[in-house]
Structures are given as structure tokens and as C-alpha cells.
Ligand binder design. Structure first.
Ligand code: HEC
Length: 162
């Protein structure tokens, strides 16, 4: 009786293996036929027409990154002038450009500030760029305490009532 059961179990497992094999062969067959009928739907070619939909407008994004509007470098707020990108690349890594914009100084003081950052804040040696940076700073963010005051601007004049 027991042997008979074992025999049945063996037959059943062989049958299962055969059944799974048949299903696999059948599926592979379907794929093969489908491939013969239309090979293009199996193509992983990246130049295919489908992939054109995914092209990203990378160039536009790069343009926006260093966009300049009304003479102002939008990302940092710095004035667009000779040496702008050298300043952007060397002076906005550790702190915001506002710190540069808000501190108006003459040449000596700008040099002093840079030396101070080099000695105490790990600012790197600026090499040839130092002159470009200092010229940019002195030209665009000079000291306002010295010399003639800036022209008045943005004043709303009003008429006196008697
Ligand atoms: C390696 C980092 C680093 C870089 C790069 C850097 N700075 Fe600074 N800078 C600092 C730190 C730190 C302070 C102090 C910030 C604070 O007090 O909050 C500072 C402060 C300043 C100040 C204010 C000084 C004061 O007296 O309050 C100015 C102006 C300034 N930096 C300008 C510049 C300019 C111009 C450059 C480009 C040449 C530059 N920084 C690049 C780290 C750096």
C-alpha cells in the first residue's frame, strides 16, 4: 500500500515537471513567433523613434543657471562686469554673494579681507585670479565712505502745502 502511494507521488512529480517544461517551451515559442512577425517591437535600439520623447532640454537649464538680467547675475545678485564669473566661482562657495555685495571697500581693504579669509577661513590661493577679482570688487563695490556721496535716487518729491 505504501509503495503504491510512493509510486503515485513519483508519477505526479514527473508529470508536474513535464507540465512546467511544456508551458516554458510554449511561452518561448510564442515569443519566437512574435519576434519573427515583428522584430522591431523587440528592439532596444536607443535611436528608435520611441526614445525621442525623452530628450531633456539640458541646454536651456544651463543657460538659466548663469542668467543675466538687467546687468545682474540672477543666481548670485552680483553685477555683470569684467571678472564676474571668476568672482562667482571663487567667492560664492563658502558664503552667499550678499556678503560681498553688502561690504563696500577700497582696494586695500578688499586685499586685507581676502588675506584674512586665506589666513583664518581656508580661502585658497587665488593666483592670477586675484587681480581680476580685486579689480572687479573695486570697480563694482567700491567704498562709499570716501569721496563724494552717491547721487540721490528713488526720492518721492512732494509739494509743500501752505
Ligand atoms: C573658503 C571659504 C571662503 C571663500 C572661498 C570666500 N570666503 Fe569670504 N568669508 C569666509 C568666511 C568663513 C567669512 C566669515 C563669515 C561670517 O562672518 O559669517 C567670510 C567673510 C567675508 C566677508 C565679510 C568680511 C567682514 O569683515 O565681515 C567678505 C566681504 C567676504 N568674505 C568676501 C569674499 C570674497 C570677495 C571672496 C572671493 C575672493 C570670498 N569671500 C571667498 C569664507 C570664504
Amino acid at each position: 500500500m505504501k509503495e503504491h502511494d510512493n509510486f503515485k507521488k513519483q508519477i505526479r512529480s514527473i508529470y508536474n515537471v513535464l507540465l512546467v517544461s511544456c508551458i516554458m517551451i510554449f511561452l518561448v515559442g510564442i515569443l519566437f513567433v512574435a519576434y519573427m512577425v515583428s522584430p522591431s517591437s523587440f528592439s532596444f535600439n536607443t535611436d528608435g523613434p520611441d526614445t525621442e520623447l525623452v530628450t531633456l532640454p539640458l541646454e536651456d537649464e544651463e543657460d538659466d543657471w548663469d542668467k543675466i538680467e538687467d546687468g545682474i547675475h540672477i543666481r548670485t545678485g552680483l553685477k555683470d562686469a569684467e571678472g564676474l564669473m571668476v568672482v562667482v566661482n571663487n567667492c560664492t562657495n563658502c558664503h552667499s554673494a550678499d556678503l560681498v555685495i553688502q561690504n563696500r571697500m577700497d582696494r586695500e581693504m578688499w586685499i586685507e579681507t581676502i588675506r584674512w579669509m586665506q589666513e583664518t577661513q581656508n580661502l585658497w590661493d587665488l593666483g592670477k585670479n586675484e587681480d581680476i577679482i580685486i579689480n572687479y570688487l573695486v570697480t563694482n563695490y567700491p567704498s562709499i565712505n570716501k569721496g563724494r556721496r552717491e547721487n540721490l535716487s528713488g526720492i518721492e518729491w512732494y509739494t509743500l502745502n501752505e
